[in-house]
Design a binder for this molecule. Structure first.
Ligand code: G6Q
Length: 554
């Protein structure tokens, strides 16, 4: 980080002292009692005008508790926060991840070959495409059966071993794009250090037809290395202990060639990426190798195109029509002014069943921060809790709380005009439900309405829906690889915008560290044959002693 940059960061006006923050607070006090029913009654065109459409995505934001003035002030806040300069700095490759002194260039992973993006004076775009070409060649060989296992059989099973950013993206993309995948290949994903995860993933697999992808940026992550070693032992046991089998059955995705080699994987079978790709922003790097193997290089390139379309939309579109910016500003409004503590992401598309889990890491690891870039404690709420399930399933469980509970839960609904597996009336029923949910949340049902339906007085309060629950509706034609790329990049950039406004570093994750360090200390205490001298607090000491007493003696 240059001195100038650090001085700029230090001199940023604290968010709560920003002119437009104060203006938004006043505005909130003035408008907080206005119901969405009133906003829609006062402006019958609201449902058409409060929408934005670009690159095949349609956003209806009319059911947020906002007026034109709210949006004007939120955009003014974004401008006052220097959002434009921050966007340019990210795309230019400035080291905006200041606590790790790194550039943040997931946008380079999907940049066309003709672009130039410099990191430390070097154009990184050719390196990105070189890896993509190697991935393509490998995918073609494996998918065609040309890549053979040690006994000469083609590969039928692909097991990705990775965790966090090296797992959630690959799993989500595999599920999301299953429609486009080669059904002759089986895909499994092992992440948890719980041995059940590995055992169940391989229990019906033939080692001679199985390829492991060890996906780890650092190649030192405890869970991944533990699973990789178990995979190695399982494979060697199944193939008669022939060490030369490793080269045919293991590939690595990593930035750490030395550790890959140490593990015994030929670096010719390693697909690299770079320190300017954060784990949770890496699914479109070589970490997406399992995705490419599943859907083929052409679909993978279409996915990258989708990401890139959103990058360009984000970089060049005025804020008032900029989808990630709008999504971020409503999130800030709901979080910091309306006091919402969570956001529910509710895709009405079964293939997106892992999308909420993926977004949990993207949003909460990025913006779950309590100090600003300059190290000052924030005096406002940062990242809300993200969660969700596909519709309509959630409607029959937790939606009750969204409709009638005491907490405000803004919802992002995602739906498609066309089903990938059209059968009878299913899709109309599905989409009727998502529209109905957003309608019910916004407008509710008053006591008068309930009574007019003949509901007795004693029952009426239970049947009242307050409404005024905000939601976004995101629609697209159908779930294609390109649309998936756009959706992911939409949230990536929305997270970035929120981080800029909150003045935090969205790209480090120091919070993950402490537990890791403490676990390393406890492992030998659990394994030690003699009683260890425990120096933890009384609770941790007691738990360790109890576990040692009761654990199965192996
Ligand atoms: C993501 C985080 C984290 C990381 C995992 C796996 O942004 O950094 O989830 O992806 O801890 O790390 P490795 O890829 O190094 O194994």
């Amino acid at each position: 980080m240059g001195k100038q940059e650090s001085d700029d960061k230090k001199s940023a006006v604290p968010l709560t002292k920003a002119k437009n923050w104060a203006a938004l607070q006043t505005h909130y006090q003035r408008t907080k009692d206005t119901h969405l029913r009133t906003l829609f009654f006062d402006d019958p065109t609201r449902g058409q005008t409060m929408t934005a459409e670009a690159i095949g995505l349609f956003l209806d934001y009319s059911k947020n508790r906002v007026t034109d003035e709210t949006i004007r002030l939120l955009i003014a806040l974004a401008e006052e926060s220097g959002l434009r300069a921050h966007i340019d700095a990210m795309f230019r490759g400035d080291k905006i991840n200041t606590t790790e002194n790194r550039a943040v260039l997931h946008v380079a992973l999907r940049a066309p070959k003709t672009e130039t993006i410099l990191v430390d004076g070097q154009n990184i775009v050719p390196q990105v495409h070189a890896v993509l070409e190697r991935m393509t060649a490998f995918s073609d060989r494996l998918r065609s059966g040309d890549w053979k296992g040690n006994t000469g059989k083609p590969i039928r099973n692909v097991v990705n071993i990775g965790i966090g950013g090296s797992d959630l993206g690959p799993v989500m993309a595999y599920e999301a794009l299953k429609h486009y995948s080669d059904r002759h290949l089986n895909f499994r994903f092992v992440s948890n250090v719980d041995s059940t995860d590995f055992a169940e993933a391989v229990q019906d697999l033939d080692p001679s037809e199985t390829l492991f992808i060890v996906s780890s940026k650092t190649f030192t992550t405890l869970e991944t290395m533990t699973n990789a070693h178990s995979a190695r032992a399982w494979l060697l046991q199944g193939l008669g202990g022939d060490e030369s089998a490793i080269a045919k059955h293991f590939v690595a995705v990593s930035t750490n060639a030395a550790e890959v080699k140490k593990f015994g994987i030929d670096t010719a079978n390693m697909f690299g990426f770079w320190d300017w790709v954060g784990g949770r922003y890496s699914m479109d790097s070589a970490i997406g190798l399992s995705t490419m193997l599943a859907v083929g290089p052409e679909n993978f390139y279409a996915l990258l195109d989708g990401f890139h379309h959103m990058d360009e939309h984000f970089r060049t579109t005025p804020f008032e029509r900029n989808l990630p910016v709008l999504l971020a500003l409503f999130a800030i409004w709901n979080n910091d002014f309306l006091g919402a503590q969570t956001v529910a992401v509710l895709p009405y598309e079964q293939y997106l069943k892992r999308f909420p889990a993926y977004l949990q890491q993207l949003t909460m690891e990025s913006n779950g921060k309590h100090v600003t870039l300059s190290g000052a404690e924030v005096d406002y709420a940062t990242c809300p809790i993200y969660w969700g399930e596909p519709g309509t399933n959630g409607q029959h469980s937790f939606y009750q709380l969204i409709h009638q509970g005491t907490r405000l839960i803004p919802c992002d609904f995602i739906g498609f005009y066309q089903a990938l597996n059209p059968i009878g009336a299913h899709h109309d029923v599905l989409i009727a439900n998502v529209f109905a949910q957003a309608e019910a949340l916004a407008f509710g049902k008053t006591l008068e309405q309930v009574k007019s339906e003949g509901v007795p007085d004693w029952l009426a309060p239970h049947r009242v829906f307050e409404g005024n629950r905000p939601s976004n509706m995101i629609l697209a034609e159908r779930l294609t690889p390109a649309i998936l790329g756009e959706l992911i990049a939409l949230y990536e950039h929305s997270v970035f915008v929120q981080g800029v406004i909150w003045q935090i570093n969205s790209f480090d994750q120091w919070g993950v560290e402490l537990g890791k360090v403490l676990a390393q200390r406890i492992i030998p205490e659990l394994e030690s044959p003699s009683e260890p001298a425990l120096k933890h607090d009384s609770s941790t000491n007691n738990l360790i002693e109890r576990y040692r007493k009761h654990k199965a003696k192996s």
